[in-house]
Design a protein. Structure first.
Ligand SMILES: Nc1nc2c(c(=O)[nH]1)N[C@H]1C(S)=C(S)[C@@H](COP(=O)(O)OP(=O)(O)OC[C@H]3O[C@@H](n4cnc5c(=O)[nH]c(N)nc54)[C@H](O)[C@@H]3O)O[C@H]1N2
Ligand SMILES: Nc1nc2c(c(=O)[nH]1)N[C@H]1C(S)=C(S)[C@@H](COP(=O)(O)OP(=O)(O)OC[C@H]3O[C@@H](n4cnc5c(=O)[nH]c(N)nc54)[C@H](O)[C@@H]3O)O[C@H]1N2
Ligand code: SF4
Ligand SMILES: [Mo]
Length: 719
């Protein structure tokens, strides 16, 4: 792939009418690939796109989805003008209007709502359409801060795990993903790397060529599990128990790195007592993993050095997901894995960026006397309800010690929703409640989008947004240590504008006179970079980015964050016992609490489809054709018990909703689970509704995180 990409670059270097522009993939993916775009200078069209050969992680290749980015950018259904709704909400009938009309109408609706109900009646709603600093929460943050709008707790993906992980190690940092190449044992825990983190696989392959063993712990035999040396099927939501049994064996068999534990951890004695309760025999009945296998896993982990764990977000989308992540994060310290290059654990690298984002977000623009309320994005259905009790429930309270307000103090109902970089009608839990809220006649909805998504169909006003080929941005990574600059390669398609410009225009129409709303995109990006120079970035980072397109963070190379302890926790140690957790209302020691599942229920999992990125790319025909039509996959034993086979249609239902899906059978899943792929567009699904009809808006134990993978359902033959 690398050679091919180099060849390409050379081919265009010989063509004076083709310019090659550097950029970076904006998608919600740990790989943050740097790319290069060939643009025909006579037509102004992008004609080719490939992975940057000189980026250490991208190494010349993009994934199959983003290989189709030009198709997506020049898609016949790209939104090219602002739109005003003509039909009923959800119907998707619009008429084109001018930018001036769209901006003025939106600003005047917002102003009327603010003067009648206060600025908290406006709710911004955004997530991972782009991970760019600027087109993500850049100008948008300035705009909503100035307004004093409700704030959004962006909890839909990773919050439970991130909070849990931080209790143990203190920061959102871990093993450098490129160091996985040096590991001798790799556990991939709750992650389908070949689908969702492709470029890690290259490091893993390097490690395997040098004799490393790769074990995948997952209820599904994913394509990653198939490619690995071993698949350990686990009952969903029981990973914390498995980690406790591993600790039990490590202690019992004395596979502990006592020096590391003594110097760099706190709470080993009480942890030892706790782990004693979690014998492999007991945990076998919880996890479905035979006790001998648990013992083998633990011994392997204790004896192989370096051992690296790639833990990811699959296992934390559960009621006990925060505690499970916190528990697993203790393991590397117990065996001293942090000492070695290629040892440790990686959940996210985002904390390594830790930029001072004030030059971007401008917190000083706030004028409200107190911080506005914060709404948990997983509770969108409740947030859009007129019932004060439900609205109170939508307030973010990430820890037991954080109390939500009483209904009387929940604040005004939401009367305006401004959606950007997100498709909540398809991706948010409790879809019925979300759609019911979006249908409210007294709710004004503005959506910034590339396409008429399920969400855009509910908008009063739709703004056409530019893609990454058309705007400036700066993109960090949550999977590696390289920052990349994105330059616009082509002119905006149609009349589309960057999010930054749309909020700039809205700010002007709202009468926000601050200079912050007149700064241009390139200036903002440059100011953000220069503010980190000499701190998180090398002193010449901006010049380097302009020339090379990407730059490594100014962190040591190799990057072994905890080789000498130095955990950014309260104690400065890896907290096996956490006083912070006790104060926050949790058990200070690792533990496991089972989640409720009735005997006749299956646990429905809906992990990402290989060819989609969340709900992005579902409308790219070539990619949709690669995905099988939505179906529910069952273990043959579970199907037989229900009188189902591959000719049947199943009724899959629970208290949240119901779907009818064709049945598929597979022995590549653990018994007791059902699998349906995410995240189809509702309107492109055979039934007009996707799996989020069934996912409840309940919260995980930490961070107000979503529980997309703890969805108990009943499955029976559809009449
Ligand atoms: N192609 C593609 N790539 C993507 C995405 C996409 O939609 N498509 N999404 C992107 C986003 S937003 C994110 S957050 C990341 C997600 O990346 P990851 O967090 O790595 O998530 P997945 O790769 O979906 O892997 C989740 C895995 O967890 C498993 N799982 C579910 N419950 C449990 C459990 O209780 N225990 C264990 N051990 N495993 C469990 C599922 O079966 C699944 O295989 O990927 C990003 N990359
Ligand atoms: N059942 C189930 N549901 C899930 C998950 C699951 O595994 N199963 N995964 C969850 C996870 S991990 C996540 S992160 C969320 C993801 O949910 P979202 O963050 O909503 O991700 P996408 O579905 O990709 O939608 C992003 C939208 O942003 C738009 N967009 C992209 N770039 C821009 C831009 O520059 N400007 C504007 N205005 N728009 C842009 C895209 O066109 C797209 O429609 O979904 C969650 N939902
Ligand atoms: S989605 Fe991920 S793997 Fe694909 S190009 Fe973007 S960053 Fe790379
Ligand atoms: Mo995510």
């Amino acid at each position: 792939m690398t050679t091919a990409a180099r060849g390409k670059a050379h081919r265009y270097e010989d063509q004076p009418d083709v310019a090659v522009v550097r950029g970076v993939c904006p998608h919600d993916c740990p790989d943050a690939c740097a790319w290069q775009v060939a643009v025909d200078q006579t037509t102004g069209r992008a004609v080719d796109l490939w992975g940057a050969p000189d980026h250490p992680v991208t190494a010349g290749s993009l994934c199959a989805k983003v290989d189709r980015y030009l198709e997506r950018t020049y898609h016949a259904e790209r939104l090219t003008t602002p739109l005003r709704r003509m039909g009923a909400k959800g119907e998707g009938r619009f008429a084109p209007i001018s930018w001036q009309e769209a901006i003025e109408e939106t600003a005047s609706r917002l102003q009327a709502i603010i003067s009648q109900h206060g600025a908290e009646a406006v709710l911004p709603y955004s997530y991972g359409g782009t991970l760019g600093y600027l087109q993500g929460e850049g100008m948008a943050e300035r705009f909503f801060t100035k307004m004093g709008a409700s704030r959004l707790a962006r909890t839909i993906c990773a919050e439970a795990g991130v909070q849990g992980y931080q209790y143990t190690v203190g920061g959102r940092i871990g093993t450098d993903s490129t160091d996985f190449a040096h590991a001798k044992l790799i556990w991939i825990w709750g992650s389908n790397s070949l689908t969702s983190n492709l470029h890690l696989w290259r490091q893993i392959q390097t490690a395997r060529h040098q004799g490393a063993k790769v074990v995948v712990i997952d209820p599904i035999r994913t394509r990653t599990a198939r490619a690995a040396d071993e698949w350990v099927p686990i009952t969903p939501g029981t990973d914390g128990a498995l980690a406790l049994a591993v600790m039990h064996v490590l202690v019992r068999d004395n596979l502990i790195d006592h020096d590391y534990v003594r110097e760099h951890t706190i709470g080993f004695e009480p942890l030892t007592d706790r782990a004693r309760d979690w014998s492999p025999e007991r945990v076998a009945t919880i996890t479905g993993i035979p006790s001998e296998r648990i013992v083998e896993l633990a011994r392997d982990y204790g004896r192989t050095k370096p051992a690296a764990i790639r833990i990811n977000y699959g296992l934390q989308r559960h009621p006990g997901g925060g505690m499970a992540t916190r528990t697993i994060a203790c393991l590397p310290a117990l065996v001293g894995a942090w000492r070695h290059r290629g040892g440790g654990i990686l959940l996210t690298a985002s904390g390594a960026f830790d930029f001072d984002t004030r030059p971007l977000t401008r917190p000083e623009l706030a004028t409200a006397p107190r911080l506005p309320r914060r709404i948990n994005m997983n509770r969108l259905g409740d947030a859009l309800s007129r019932d004060p009790a439900r609205l109170a429930q939508a307030h973010h309270h990430p820890r037991p010690r954080d109390r939500g307000p009483s209904p009387a103090q929940a604040g005004p109902p939401v009367f305006a929703l401004v959606v950007y970089n997100c498709n909540p009608a398809a991706v948010a839990p409790d879809q019925r409640a979300v759609l019911e809220g979006l249908r409210r006649d007294d709710l004004f909805v503005a959506v910034l989008e590339h396409f008429a998504t399920d969400t855009a169909d509910y908008a009063d006003i739709v703004f056409p947004a530019t893609t990454q080929l058309e705007h400036w941005d700066l993109v960090p990574s949550y999977g590696h240590l390289h920052l990349a600059l994105n330059r616009p390669a082509i002119a905006p398609v149609g009349e589309s504008q960057p999010n930054s410009e749309i909020f700039r225009r809205l700010a002007a129409a709202m009468g926000y006179a601050d200079a912050a709303f007149r700064q241009d995109d390139r200036t903002i990006v440059e100011a953000l970079v220069t503010a980190q120079q000499g701190r998180r970035l090398p002193a010449d980072a901006w010049a380097h980015l302009l020339q090379h397109g990407h730059v490594r963070l100014a962190v040591p190379d190799p990057y072994l964050p905890f080789a000498k302890g130095e955990f950014p926790t309260e104690s400065g140690k890896c907290e096996l016992y956490s006083a912070t957790m006790a104060r926050d209302g949790y058990d200070p020691l690792p533990t496991y609490t089972p989640a409720a599942v009735e005997p006749d229920e299956l646990v429905l999992l809906s992990p990402p489809a290989h060819s989609f990125l969340n709900s992005s790319f579902v409308n790219v025909d070539a990619l949709r054709r690669r995905e099988p039509e939505p179906a529910v996959t069952l273990h043959p034993d579970d199907a037989q018990r229900r009188g189902l086979d591959e000719t049947s249609t199943a009724r899959v239902h629970n208290a949240t909703g119901e779907l009818r899906l064709p049945v598929r059978l597979s022995r590549d899943i653990a018994p007791g689970i059902a699998v349906a792929p995410s995240i189809w567009w509702n309107k492109l699904s055979p039934q007009g509704a996707n799996v989020n009809q069934l996912t409840p808006a309940e919260e995980a134990d930490m961070g107000g995180g979503a529980v997309f993978f703890h969805v108990p359902v009943r499955v029976e033959r559809a009449p």
